[in-house]
Design a protein around this ligand. Structure first.
Ligand SMILES: [Fe+2]
Ligand SMILES: [Fe+2]
Length: 575
């Protein structure tokens, strides 16, 4: 089972973002604002440097963030918010400066842009800190953060917390923003939710309702899962005790929480036992593909949001500030910034996964008995990911030897497929056709990797018996022959693969086809004025059927596969 580690590792990696009163609101809207998240501002370098072995995107990075371009993307975002008269406010849900904890001057550069925007338009900006922004041990302490961003929320605060960066402020005539600092005071990515903060939200929520205002929460960490079982596979990106926190927030009358941090665009909902529904709309990083932000409008009946994209930046200003851009890069950026940012991301994803698939990152002791086995598995995995799908020795031809038929594809190799799926995740577009070629290609590639990988495992419990039998027959150890032997007797899958596929398929399937409600890119949800006994009863019924559908899905997927396995083993023993 040691090689299983490498497969699980891959899965985790795969699975592993107006002058007030002068503005002209959308028709019938009580409130209208733009929200961007995870700006990750980096000061532009004087000159680009080679970091990655890629003919075009040699200056990309493992975080996939467009660092040198970030300031120019932020400028364009603010320009769009200035030009749209319906946008009353700009909200930013954390990670304003990439190295903001260490360099307060990077925050000052962002604050300068925000100040110029406020002065030019008269529209107010509201920020909250993310994990990159401040900590009690860094140069940017909470007090320094609040001082630098004093004009962007803290100046209009009704209440402020002394121990962190949380505050409340009014938005328009009917709403109140609860900007909650969800960060750990020292740790780099994990959340810092405490009972004290939750109690503070409860108090602010009551005050808001007493003042006749609806509370909206903005915080950096996710409240709800935006990946299947996110609390397990990406736990530092979601608040601890997330279901109980969501239960409380929902029953306190909070309908909308706006978050960032995970760098994906996604919407999830949760219904409390009393039938109160809460939504977590998370927004991807503004400065990575697809360079997106949200546009929200509110009225009592509906909260509506759309996703907007930065489709061009001032390339002349960028290239006169940063030296080293090639003509090919400049032309591509000018012609199609979206596809430029997508390819930049795909190259970065590949680089990151490649770096992660390294024995130094696995924490496995060099003297451990299974060190060599895992090291070999990782080498094989990298080799397979780099192999083209098509061609004489391509994945398609190799997989066929194991009885696996691959659909025709335009993806070049495994890296291309994996990075495309990651790009879908970041952009919020992971709604693949369930019966489409991408899903088949992904699942069959995983099946091929498993089969090919397991071929060299010689301490796998499930295959030991067959190994002994083969040895008796004159074969030496687990080998290609053993795998072929198992295929001959068990059919398409071996016993070990059945177990793995039973675990992997539902996760991959759910990842690629996330059924999160309602829409990830554009959506409409019930407004704050729709809460009633009848609606809550309706929500409770809806929730019961959704939960039972999910339980059915997982139970069916696992039992169906295990049943098939049992029948095949039985068949093998009888005949
Ligand atoms: Fe971030
Ligand atoms: Fe973050």
């Amino acid at each position: 089972m040691k090689k299983v580690l490498s497969v699980i590792l891959l899965l985790v990696l795969v699975l592993s973002s107006a002058v007030i009163g002068v503005s002209a609101k959308d028709d019938g809207a009580d409130l209208c604002f733009a929200l961007a998240s995870d700006l990750h501002y980096n000061p532009p370098r004087e000159e680009l440097e080679h970091t990655i072995n890629d003919p075009v995107f040699w200056y990309a990075n493992r975080r996939c963030a467009m660092e040198d371009e970030s300031g120019f993307i932020i400028d364009e975002f603010l320009n769009q918010c200035a030009e749209d008269d319906t946008v009353e406010y700009v909200l930013i849900s954390g990670d304003l400066a990439d190295n903001g904890r260490t360099y307060p001057e990077d925050h000052r550069a962002v604050a300068e842009k925000l100040k110029a925007f406020e002065e030019k338009t008269g529209k107010s900006v509201f920020v909250i800190n993310g994990n990159h922004d401040a900590s009690i041990e860094s140069n940017t302490t909470f007090d320094v953060f609040k001082e630098i961003y004093a004009d962007f929320g803290y100046d209009k605060a009704i209440e402020k917390r002394d121990d962190d960066c949380s505050y409340t402020a009014d938005l328009g005539e009917k709403y109140r923003l609860i900007a909650l600092d969800s960060n750990h005071p020292t740790k780099s990515t994990e959340d810092g939710m405490t009972l004290d903060k939750i109690n503070w939200v409860h108090k602010q929520d009551k005050i808001a309702y007493d003042d006749g205002r609806y509370p909206i929460v903005m915080m950096h960490h996710n409240l709800l899962d935006h990946l299947p079982i996110q609390r397990i596979i990406s736990r530092n990106f979601i608040v601890r005790f997330h279901y109980s926190t969501a239960e409380l927030f929902a029953d306190w009358g909070i309908k909308l929480v706006m978050t960032g941090h995970e760098h994906c665009s996604d919407t999830s909902s949760f219904t409390s036992a009393l039938g109160n529904k809460i939504y977590d709309v998370t927004t991807t990083s503004l400065t990575m593909y697809p360079l997106a932000y949200r546009y929200f409008t509110f009225n009592d009946e509906e909260i509506e949001f759309t996703t907007r994209n930065i489709e061009s930046i001032d390339v002349d200003a960028l290239t006169s500030t940063v030296k080293g851009f090639t003509d090919e890069q400049i032309n591509w950026m000018n012609e199609d910034l979206t596809s430029y940012s997508k390819q930049f991301l795909k190259v970065g994803v590949e680089y990151r996964l490649w770096r992660s698939l390294n024995m130094n990152k696995t924490d496995i002791d060099e003297n451990a008995v299974y060190y060599d086995v895992v090291a070999t598995a990782i080498d094989r995995l990298l080799e397979i990911l780099e192999t083209t799908f098509e061609g004489e020795n391509g994945i398609r031809a190799q997989a066929l030897a194991y009885g696996i038929e691959m659909p025709a594809t335009e993806f070049e190799n495994g890296w291309d497929l994996v990075s495309e799926i990651m790009a879908y995740h970041y952009s919020g577009g992971e709604h693949f056709d369930l019966y489409g070629d991408e899903i088949s290609l992904l699942l069959r590639t995983v099946a091929f990797i498993l089969r090919n990988d397991l071929e060299t495992v010689n301490d796998d419990v499930l295959l030991k018996g067959a190994n002994a039998l083969l040895k008796k027959e004159g074969f030496d150890g687990i080998s290609k022959e053993l795998t072929q032997f198992c295929i001959y007797h068990f059919g398409t899958y071996t016993a070990a693969e059945y177990l793995l596929v039973a675990i992997a398929c539902p996760i991959i399937y759910k990842f690629a086809y996330d059924d999160g409600s309602p829409m990830d890119i554009d959506g409409v949800m019930e407004g704050y004025g729709t809460v009633s006994f009848a609606n809550n009863m309706h929500n409770i019924a809806d929730n019961a059927s959704t939960v039972s559908q999910k339980v059915n899905f997982y139970a069916n997927a696992v039992t169906r596969i295990l049943l098939k396995l049992a029948l095949k083993i039985l068949n093998y023993k009888i005949f």
